[in-house]
Write a protein that binds this ligand. Structure first.
Ligand SMILES: *[C@@H]1O[C@H](CO)[C@@H](O)[C@H](O)[C@H]1NC(C)=O
Ligand SMILES: *[C@@H]1O[C@H](CO)[C@@H](O)[C@H](O)[C@H]1NC(C)=O
Length: 308
């Protein structure tokens, strides 16, 4: 028992992160970030999805190092300016939380702010409350071409399992993280591929409910930027996403494939039936994601938009 506990403690610390990282150096950290997130979300509920997506996008490319926040410069086009950034929102929330710089200059990294803001957004929207280890440093590389390493909305289950597997995630963890789609919307450009031939009786997408397909076709009449919520409770963090999957009524190929594939279907059914289990697995997967390729040494950007 003691050995197991010690190993867990060692694992926690081997990447330089820990739960109490700022407790001495900047004790107001958690409070200030939560305040920034809460006041932004009270005004714009839909930003919760943006903050979660921002953390995911940050961690998947170059590790959780705030590279997603860096602006392009004369000689570098940053991740931010990739078409994959389209749904990235919430930069202002991070800038607002960065007022921490006035209290504790050079202490709290932008990468940690992004991670804590995502965690606080989950909670604000009604999801699980959880603590995350802190101590990430900010990176200096942010290149548009790196964003091709993001999972695509057109991926099938095997491709998702492979890409998340390369980052160390199991298939169940991938399915739990996909549950982040309980919040937010997708644009037509990300799912109209599934609507081809929706008028033809012979050639419809067999993984999509016919009635739902008609709804989406209607939405998409307004153009590629038209938005459709992932589930009926778009601002509430719950397990409705998995119920939508069961009803063949999710938006993206990369969503519905989780129900179609017999390897991931039991996990979907489990989360659809048991929200507490989804919450538990989701927060564990988020804590794990938040430690992807973190940098122990490096900068704390004074301004999250640029390197020092
Ligand atoms: C996202 O990228 C596009 C170019 O593809 C750019 O015009 C836009 O300003 C970027 N959005 C943000 C928020 O950086
Ligand atoms: C998933 O996509 C890959 C690449 O396009 C393809 O080779 C594979 O057959 C697909 N798998 C399924 C189950 O459709």
């Amino acid at each position: 028992m003691t050995v197991v506990v010690m190993m867990v403690v060692m694992l926690r610390h081997c990447n330089g992160l820990n739960m109490n990282y700022y407790i001495m150096s900047c004790p107001m950290t958690e409070f200030i970030i939560k305040n920034s997130v809460n006041s932004a979300l009270r005004a714009y509920q839909t930003l919760a999805a943006g903050l979660i997506r921002m953390h995911f996008h940050d961690c998947f490319i170059e590790g959780c190092d705030a590279s997603v926040l860096l602006d392009s410069t004369d000689d570098n086009t940053a991740e931010k300016d990739s078409p994959a950034n389209l749904s990235l929102r919430g930069y202002k929330v991070i800038d607002d939380a960065k007022q921490l710089e006035n209290m504790c200059p050079g202490v709290v990294s932008c990468a940690d702010i992004v991670a804590m803001a995502a965690r606080d957004a989950v909670f604000f929207a009604g999801g699980p409350v959880y603590d995350i280890p802190k101590g990430r440093k900010d990176g200096t590389r942010s290149k548009i071409e790196d964003t091709r390493n993001l999972p695509s909305p057109f991926f099938n289950s095997s491709e998702l399992i492979k890409m998340f597997g390369q980052k160390g995630f199991t298939a169940p963890e991938m399915v739990a993280l996909s549950g982040g789609h309980t919040l937010g919307v997708a644009r037509c450009s990300a799912f109209k591929n599934r609507l081809k031939n929706f008028d033809s009786t012979n050639d419809v997408d067999p993984s999509m409910d016919t009635q739902f397909m008609k709804t989406l076709a209607k939405t998409c009449n307004a153009g590629d930027d038209a938005e459709q919520p992932f589930d009926s409770t778009r601002n509430m963090f719950d397990n409705a996403y998995y119920n939508m999957l069961q009803r063949k009524s999710e938006l993206l190929t990369s969503d519905q494939t989780l129900m179609a594939d017999p390897k991931t279907r039991p996990i979907v059914n489990g989360y659809a039936m048991n929200q507490a289990m989804f919450f538990f697995d989701f927060q564990r997967a988020m804590v794990k994601m938040g430690q992807l390729d973190v940098k122990e040494t490096g900068q704390v950007h004074q301004n999250c938009h640029k390197i020092n």
